[in-house]
Design a protein around this ligand. Structure first.
Ligand SMILES: Cc1ncc(COP(=O)(O)O)c(C=O)c1O
Length: 511
């Protein structure tokens, strides 16, 4: 085969898998379905023979072993080049794995870190796993919308000044609602304190491919970037990337990141997931501009149509410039539903009933539809708008004087132990009523968006427990809880914990 002129047009790993499958090799290796022959006929029918043929394990000559760079190495190199990283790692356990690996990376350099408080629950899992002592810093809270935006550079500067032992700073951008941080300014602040900046850019893999989108984190100088490639760029669910930025002679060591990734990955990475990363990278790098452009135009029209429906509004570029919002990602369609007679949970269920519309996120006052970079956004957006119109006609506007404000989650409880000590130390299960005032031994994150309301090590407040119960009653769920209905909570057995090790009290910053 003649190699294309532009290396970004290549898919070396996908091609190597296809070639292996096509030559009908003797598969004297796992998986036991043997490329389909040994599979249940129902599975074969459901996912097709070719998917099973391509389900090829690791350590196959000519795919990921043999002459270096192997197709697998080359594919990761191309991913690094496409996003402008020093090195890229394929992840097969989502951006969640990236967050775990980032925590284990930082833990090589010391034991303290400054972390934005509204990070995803997998970042907190990373703190538990690594034992890093977090100093949390509050994002900007929007008093009007009642949601958390990004971290202001001044807040990061203050937190790092208060935490001279920190070995890194960890922020989130974009948020679930599409707010993008001033990443270049956060990088400058982190570097002025001589620490690397880790950015959980799970929602922003597409930002690299269109100049009208906010600058993506690697281009802004971030040192380690976690990217949930499956979310918007369109690789298969559970595939993601961890990318190392910065200069080779400063910041984080690639070998350290590599061993951290290895620690939290299966020894049997799924070939279909990896191939989908290779293909999604090619699609984004070669056609991303046109695809994003078309999607943005379709969504701009949809926003206009939604704003014209009485009682509905959208979150859009009008909120850029508010504290913690340096930019806005237009590939999210977040609808403010406070002006209609039902809440977001009820609307989500009505939309399912009207036209099988299934949303990414729905909360009391806002519902969010997500659009992929390459999908046919216009018909999907029109279908959504039409269903919204029907729903609003059915339920009507909110009664005068009854429009609720955005109800923000209550303030976070005081952090009095490291997440790891609380998670792994002596603990007991108590009723939710008895849990008030106790130290949580688990995270409680209402989902979506999966931002912990409670972290292991924080004191449980009656307001937060009531908020989570209210969310559950409305149809939400809670990640991290041992009792998913929250009748009971796992808490630290304080007397026993004090006997094992004195409580490590972590002052929190600006909460
Ligand atoms: C900000 C953020 N980080 C990380 C994750 C985890 O991503 P994944 O589901 O790919 O593991 C999510 C998932 O929603 C997220 O929103």
């Amino acid at each position: 085969m003649v190699a294309p002129d532009n290396p970004q047009e290549e898919t070396p790993y996908l091609d190597a898998l296809m070639q292996y499958a096509a030559r009908d090799p003797a598969r004297l290796h796992v998986p036991g379905h043997k490329g389909g022959d040994g599979a249940d006929p129902g599975l074969l029918e459901a996912i097709g023979e070719q998917a099973l043929r391509l389900d090829i394990p690791a350590l196959i000559h000519g795919i990921d072993t043999g002459v270096s760079p192997t197709p697998f190495e080359r594919a990761q190199q191309l991913a690094a080049e496409a996003w402008g990283a020093r090195r890229a790692w394929y992840l097969i356990n989502g951006a969640s794995q990236g967050n775990l690996a980032a925590a284990l990376t930082l833990a090589h350099y010391g034991d303290a870190v400054v972390v934005q408080r509204n990070v995803h629950s997998s970042t907190i899992d990373g703190l538990v796993l690594s034992g890093l002592r977090p100093t949390f810093v509050s994002p900007e809270l929007d008093p009007e919308l009642g949601i958390a935006h990004c971290l202001a550079p001044e807040a990061l500067d203050y937190a790092l000044t208060q935490s001279p032992g920190a070995v890194g700073a960890w922020v989130l951008s974009p948020t679930y609602f599409g707010a993008v941080a001033a990443v270049a300014d956060l990088v400058a602040v982190a570097h002025s304190h001589r620490v690397p900046l880790v950015v959980d850019e799970a929602w922003g893999a597409h930002l690299a491919f269109h100049p009208s989108l906010p600058e993506h984190a690697l281009a802004a100088g971030a040192d380690l970037v976690i990217s949930s490639t499956h979310k918007i760029v369109g690789s298969l669910t559970q595939s993601a990337l961890l990318q190392l930025g910065g200069e080779a002679d400063s910041g984080l060591d690639a070998d350290v990141v590599d061993r951290a990734v290895t620690l939290v990955e299966s020894t049997s990475p799924n070939a279909l997931l990896c191939a989908s990363l290779d293909a999604a990278r090619r699609y984004a790098a070669s056609r991303g501009y046109a695809l994003v452009d078309e999607t943005m135009r379709a969504l701009a029209r949809a926003r206009e149509a939604i704003r014209a429906i009485a009682g509905l509004d959208v979150l859009d570029e009008r909120f850029v410039g508010r504290p913690g919002v340096a930019g806005y990602d237009p590939l999210r369609l977040a609808v403010d539903v406070r002006g209609i007679a039902i809440n977001g949970y009820e609307l989500a269920s009505l939309l399912r009933e009207i036209d099988d519309i299934n949303l990414e996120l729905y909360a009391q006052n806002v519902v969010v539809a997500v659009f992929g970079m390459g999908e046919r956004a216009l018909p999907e957006a029109q279908r959504f708008v039409e269903a919204l119109r029907v729903a609003v006609e059915r339920v009507g506007p909110v009664a005068p004087g009854e429009q609720g404000g955005f109800a923000p989650p209550p303030p976070w409880g005081e952090l009095v132990m490291t997440p790891r000590d609380a998670y792994l130390g002596p603990q007991e299960i108590v009723s939710v009523e008895q849990a008030v005032g106790r130290i949580a031994a688990e995270s409680l994150a209402t989902y979506p968006p999966g931002i912990p309301n409670v972290l292991p090590g924080e004191r449980l407040t009656p307001e937060t427990l009531a908020y989570i119960q209210h969310t559950l009653a409305l149809g939400g769920s809670v990640r991290g809880a041992s009792d998913r209905e929250l009748h009971t909570v796992r808490v630290v057995a304080e007397a026993a914990a004090a006997a094992v090790s004195p409580l490590a009290v972590d002052p929190t910053v600006d909460r």
